[in-house]
Structure formats: C-alpha cells, structure tokens
Write a protein that binds this ligand. Structure first.
Ligand code: GLN
Length: 475
C-alpha cells in the first residue's frame, strides 16, 4: 500500500531497509500530482526524467554511494533556473523560454542526489501574496479549495502540503516563503541575505531576494539549507562564511533572551485568535525559564511603504531586460524597435507587474529620485540600525507571520493596498537582511492554519532552526 512520507529521515529509513525505492516514491508522487491537478500547483512535471533519475539513485543506494539527499523529491518555484528546462516566472513574457544554466542551489541539491520533480506555479515574477497574479491561473489552498495558498510561492507551499513532493524551494523578497507557509501549515525559511546564492534566481528585487525551503519539519529545512548555503563565485553578494551542519545542531537551546514588539501585537489589523496564540507561545517560553521581554519597534508604519518604494525601483530595473528581443515572448503586432518593446511588454506582462514597473520607474525618475528612492534607502538604513540594535540584546524576535488566515480567492484582488498590507510582518526581515522562519503553530477556530514567525540574528540560521524545532516540539 502507498505510504505517505512527511520527512526525509522516514524515507531514508525505509529506503535503506529495502522497504521502498526511489522509483516507487517518485511513482507515488506522480500519482498524487495527477490526482491533484485541480490545485494547479505544477506548471510542468518532469515525469520521465524524475523516474530515470530515481533509477540511477536506487543503484547508488545499493552501492552505498548515494548522496545525503537520496530519496528527497523536490519541486522548484518557477523562477529558479534548471538547465535545459523551461522557466517562466509564471509570466507570459517568458513563455517557452528555457534556462541555459542551472541555479547554484539546484546544482548543489542534485549533487547530493535530490530528485527535481517539476516547476511550481507562483505569482508573476514573484509579485503578490495570493498566487492570483500568475499568468497560468490560481493555485488552490489544499486545506480549503475556495481560499488562496498565499504567495508569491503559492505552488511551492501547496505541492509540499498536498504531498506532491517532500520539499519545495521558494524565493522570499518580502514574505513569499513565510506567508504561504503560514497559509498552508508548513515550515518556511527565509535565510539571511547572502547565506544562499541567488545565481539562477530570476531577480525581482536583488537586494531583498533569497531562496529558501518549504518543508513539513525543521530537520528537512536544516538539511536542505546545509546543502544549498555557502559562497558562490557567481553571486558576489553571497557570503563565504562557513556553513554549519545545521541538521546536526538542532539540540534544545539553553536559556534564551527573546523579545516581541508589543505594537505589532496590539494592532487592530491582527486577528484576535492569532494574537491569543501568540501570547500563549510567549507564556510557554516564560514558564520554560526563558527571558521574554516586550519591546516596541517604533517604525512599523514605515516598513511596507519603504519595501514598496525600494522593491519596485529594483524591479523596474531588473525587468527592463524583457524587451521582446532577448527573452521569450515577442508581440506578433510588432513592426519596429519601439513597437517591439511597447507591444511585447504591454502584452507579455500582467497588471500587477506593470503596476510595479510604473511605480518603480516613477520613484527612480529624475525629479522624484531624492524624494522617493533616496529617502527609501535612508529609511532602510534606519530600520536596519534599529533592528540590529534590538538583536544585539536578544537572541530572537517573535512575531506573527501574517495578520490573518488564508482569504478567499478573489476577495482582495481589487484592493492592492490591502494586499500590500498582507506583508506587514514579513517585509522587515528582507529590509534588514535577517533570517526569519514561519512555523506552523496555529490552528484557527475557522479551520484554517496560521504561522508564528521568528526572526534571528544575522547568519544565525543554526540558532534559529534549533529554536524553531524546540517551539514545534512543544506546541
Ligand atoms: N507579497 C510580497 C510582494 O508582493 C512579497 C513578494 C515576495 O516575497 N516575492 O511583493
């Protein structure tokens, strides 16, 4: 009978005891993908290839030469390059474009014998919080099909939740891993900026973007991070700091110093049950002997505006390359250079992407640069200094991941400002470059899940993962 696995350790136990094989595992995933097509999580399934790969890895397992991810089946958000495979960033403008090389993270995962099973739907160019901005249709939340899975890495979250792969990679510019993890009851980690190479990630806002994992548990996130992280000559913003063996460093932490920002919790926008669960978690930590102190972060109201000024500016520049000439789609109506740019971009990009390109172009334009982009950068510095000052005194900051539980499909599409406020608790980690994780700790009386978020010190993924495991084990 088909067995559904939710961790690599369970899988490897059965593989190495000859209870199952990679081929049989991949067949099970393929069957579930087939049965769950209505969720629209996958844009493409690499069926034959995954099976072939599985066969090779089964031989390596028999020879005892398999890598440490043998048995792990992974899905890729459709903005992470995999050589000779299509990649579209869920945009029409990249329809039928194929990657010429693989992202560094993909190479590293494959080198440890992970099997890549397909590419996953997302918001176009990773812009959105609900996966409703994909050119290839909505993704449905497997917990309630009338609701969004979150975004922008919606397909990645859904694929893991519905057991269509064990782990998925997403990218997080302002919450795109953590918020869908919260909406789909999963672990979702955004690493420190520079911990994981961005080489081969289609850029949205380069100074914010990081790749990270979705998983059912901390152990799987830890081992994937251990394989993916570390210096890369193809990404000069990627740090050469040594990568700890995260998966071996998950022991219960000693007495910790934790803070939370009272003004984030005593906020009208936050759901009452999420707030109650948050305080329950705080009480647990206090009772367990940790020092928990309420502080304030005075700049909450500046986070979302600063994020949208700076990310749209970077996006307008990063997306200039999709011109109807270099990549993907070209308008059949184009007849000269200008009409090629104009028509290809008008027809190829969706509304949200166009809105952000226009906003970004505006904040960078000669007359407004100082007032918006220059100001935004200065505010970013203030946010960073204030956050660092707090994390010099505390090990972790605890906060909600998202102000509410998954909303209905279509409910917020006409209100971009409301949609942008979805990001209120997640953008801080990207603005200041710190690692943050969403943990599936909450269950609302409406039947939907929600996450609690932990933000850690720079490059302390090790501590963050160990603390996360502790919180999950004691939930
Ligand atoms: N929801 C945020 C946005 O729309 C975050 C996106 C992301 O992290 N890629 O920009």
């Amino acid at each position: 009978m088909e067995k559904v696995y939710s961790s690599l350790s369970e899988i490897q136990k059965d593989i190495y005891n000859n209870q199952t094989t990679c081929v049989s595992l991949v067949n099970d995933y393929l069957k579930r993908i087939e049965d769950n097509q209505h969720l629209n999580a996958f844009l493409e399934v690499f069926k034959e290839e995954a099976l072939q790969k599985a066969k090779i890895i089964d031989e390596k397992i028999a020879n005892k030469t398999a890598g440490k991810l043998a048995g792990m089946v992974i899905g890729l958000k459709d903005n992470i390059c995999y050589q000779n495979h299509k990649i579209s960033a869920a945009s029409k403008i990249l329809e039928n474009f194929e990657s010429l090389f693989s992202a560094t993270v993909v190479e590293r995962l494959i080198a440890e014998d992970a099997i890549i099973i397909g590419r996953l739907n997302c918001d176009e160019f990773a812009m959105g919080s609900s996966n409703e901005n994909s050119a290839y249709g909505n993704v449905l939340n497997p917990i309630d099909n009338t609701r969004v899975p979150g975004g922008s890495s919606g397909g990645s979250a859904v694929a893991v939740k519905a057991n269509l792969c064990l782990v998925a990679l997403g990218s997080d510019t302002g919450g795109s891993i953590r918020q869908p993890a919260s909406f789909c009851d999963l672990v979702g980690l955004k690493p420190t900026y520079g911990r994981v190479s961005r080489h081969g990630l289609i850029a949205y806002a380069s100074s914010f973007d990081q790749i990270g994992p979705f998983s059912n548990n901390i152990e799987d996130a830890a081992i994937v991070m251990e394989v993916m992280a570390g210096g890369d000559e193809y990404d000069s913003t990627c740090s050469n700091r040594e990568v700890p063996k995260y998966s071996e460093k998950l022991a219960t932490p000693q007495k910790l110093k934790i803070t939370y920002f009272k003004n984030y919790i005593e906020n009208d926008g936050l759901d009452a049950e999420i707030k109650a669960k948050f305080y329950e978690t705080i009480d647990f930590l206090k009772d367990a002997g940790h020092e928990v102190v309420a502080t304030e972060f005075p700049y909450l109201d500046y986070l979302v505006p600063t994020y949208y000024v700076l990310t749209t500016a970077e996006a307008s520049s990063n997306l200039a390359r999709y011109d109807g000439i270099h990549f993907g789609y070209r308008s059949p109506q184009a007849f000269d250079l200008e009409s090629t740019y104009l028509k290809s971009r008008s027809e190829g990009f969706g509304d949200e992407v166009k809105r952000r390109i226009m906003l970004g172009t505006y904040v960078l334009s000669a007359g407004y640069y100082d007032a918006y982009y220059g100001k935004g950068q200065k505010v970013r510095r203030v946010l960073k200094e204030k956050t660092d000052e707090i994390l010099n005194q505390y090990d972790f900051v605890l906060m909600p991941t998202s102000p509410g539980t998954p909303f209905k499909i279509g409910e917020q599409v006409d209100d971009p400002i409301k949609m942008y406020l979805e990001d209120i608790y997640t953008v801080q980690a990207n603005l200041v470059g710190l690692p943050a994780i969403s943990l599936p700790l909450g269950q609302h009386s409406n039947g939907l899940p929600f996450g609690i978020q932990v933000m850690g010190k720079s490059f302390d993924e090790e501590g963050l993962l160990a603390f996360s495991k502790y919180l999950m084990d004691n939930n």
